[in-house]
Every structure is written in C-alpha cells, then in structure tokens.
Design a protein around this ligand. Sequence first.
Ligand SMILES: [Zn+2]
Length: 148
Amino acid sequence: MTGAVIALVVKEPTLAIPLSFVSHFVCDAIPHFGVKDDPANGDSEVFSKKFNIILITDFLLAVSIMALLGFYLFPEHKWVIWFSMIAAAIPDITNVYHRIYLERYKNVPYEPDKHFTSRIQWSSTYKGAYVEAAWFALMAYIIFLNYS
Ligand SMILES: [Zn+2]
C-alpha cells in the first residue's frame, strides 16, 4: 500500500521505484505486526501453521490490491504502481535466503541481532496489527484522494 501511494504521489518511475524500496525499511522501523521470533531460545513462530496462513493471506491481499489498483482504479498508472509495490516488498525476499535456504535447508541458525533487516524491526508484535490497520487506512485514504 505504501508503494502504491508513493507511485501515485510521485508518478515518476525513476524516483517512485527506489523510494518505494527505501520505504520498506521506514515501515520496518515503525511498530508493526509480527509473530514470536526468538530462534535462539527455540521460541519462533516463523513458518508455523498460523504464520503460513498469515503469509499467504497477506500475499493474496497484496496481489488483489495490485489488480484492483492497476486494472480498475488507475489503469493509466498501472506499471509505476505495480513496480513500486513490488519494490516496496523486495527487502523481505532476503528472508527466503536466510529463513528458508539457510535456516530450514542448511540448518544454519538465524540470529536476528546480526541482521540489519531484523535489528531495525525493534517492535514487531501481535499488537502491532493495530498500527498496521491504521497505516493501511491512511494509505487507502491517500489512494482514494488520488482517484477522481
Ligand atoms: Zn521487512
């Protein structure tokens, strides 16, 4: 949603796409939703059934919003919206390497404190869902303002 807002406000792809990428880290630094993740103490819900359901739901929601914005609401800006939304999500793809390839497949324990992307997420809790809901509403409102 943040990537879509940046695309609609900035419009220029060469600026909107890199800004969207950077926005991921800004959003990571804002308190947000997250499951328990303390692998050193065997207390991680990453890839638990609950986590996987949330992950898939989140992904399907994101793709649905991409389709809604690009095909129906802003077809004239669809490419900058889509690339900005993808750019905003890309930093999480590093998790595929760390949490799936290394941790799951190669049995290399994940140490959150050693990773920039984990350290900036100083507040990632269940209660962060309220912050995310408010952020989502704000982004939806800005998107609505751009629709005429
Ligand atoms: Zn992230």
